[in-house]
Design a protein around this ligand. Structure first.
Ligand SMILES: O=C[C@H](O)[C@H](O)[C@H](O)COP(=O)(O)O
Length: 272
């Protein structure tokens, strides 16, 4: 196993040890390559999972749950008012405030739904994803769009300052544009590195010099383009903040676990 895979596994093992609840009822399971180790770590706990329901975030996630012998319940089949105990997921990049970019593996809409339905959203990744600001190492924002509106959204993103946004293709170009679990397209929109809240304390608001965007404002601007289903920026409230405000959970994780090259696991907790 490569050191990156070892790092993902270490992060997943620690995250599950710290956040998998006793007598878990509802657990959200994200998508991607890192989440595989989360499911592995849940199985390795050796706890009774017969009464636990696992909520997938897409096709790959559901297969992972089922193949592990766990019970999958789709998001639209969970009883009204149900709050997930916890949701685990990967990320493409995570900043100092635990804002995340997600969607590199073609899932983001269901991931956001599941994260926001959980008391605690926990992010698991390897050290490559750990950066002070979004769009440092990971260069684009995945955006899920209605196919009929894709060209319009591309134009609007260019107006916002994205350099050469593109509709994501299947890895085999003969198969055309990639379709998400919702049968939508994904647009990958490159932007310059984003500011984080700490940078705004000097009074800067929104776009700074050189067209640099503040995380929440860019996410909102993209989301309001007609044809956009969801944006791959997870930001704003964390679980406890959202609960205090009368909601369920937040799309920003309460904690993020990163497997480091030396075998250790670095933990970042969200500032509430
Ligand atoms: O679209 C996929 C999801 O947002 C993933 O959680 C994200 O891309 C991270 O994936 P991985 O764990 O494979 O790096």
């Amino acid at each position: 196993m490569s050191s990156v895979e070892e790092a993902k596994r270490a992060a997943a093992t620690t995250a599950v040890a710290n956040h998998y609840p006793k007598n878990a009822q509802w657990v959200g399971i994200g998508s991607g390559t890192t989440i595989v180790y989360v499911v592995e770590a849940i199985k390795a706990l050796g706890v009774d999972t017969s009464a636990t329901r696992y909520v997938p975030t897409g096709y790959q996630s559901r297969q992972l749950i089922v193949n592990a012998g766990l019970t999958a319940v789709e998001f639209d089949a969970i009883p009204r008012g149900t709050v997930l105990d916890v949701a685990f997921d990967g990320a493409d990049e995570v900043d100092d405030e635990l804002n995340c970019i997600k969607g590199g593996g073609a899932c983001l809409f269901q991931e956001k739904l599941v994260a926001m339905q959980a008391k605690e959203f926990i992010c698991v990744a390897d050290s490559r994803k750990l950066q002070s600001r979004l769009l440092t190492n990971w260069k684009y924002i995945p955006i899920e769009v209605a196919p009929i509106a894709a060209f319009r959204v591309l134009r609007k993103l260019t107006e916002l300052g994205s350099i050469n946004p593109t509709i994501r293709s299947n890895s085999n170009p003969k198969e055309g544009n990639l379709k998400t679990d919702q049968d939508f397209f994904l647009i990958d929109a490159p932007f310059p590195p984003m500011l984080i809240q700490a940078d705004l304390d000097g009074g800067l608001n929104g776009t700074g010099t050189g067209g640099v965007w503040e995380v929440a404002r860019l996410a909102r601007e993209i989301k309001q383009i007609a044809g956009v289903l969801e944006v791959g920026i997870f930001y704003g409230q964390t679980g406890p903040q959202a609960t205090a405000a009368g909601g369920v959970g937040g799309q920003r994780p309460v904690a993020a676990y990163f497997g480091m090259p030396d075998g250790s696991v670095s933990v970042r907790n969200a500032i509430q």
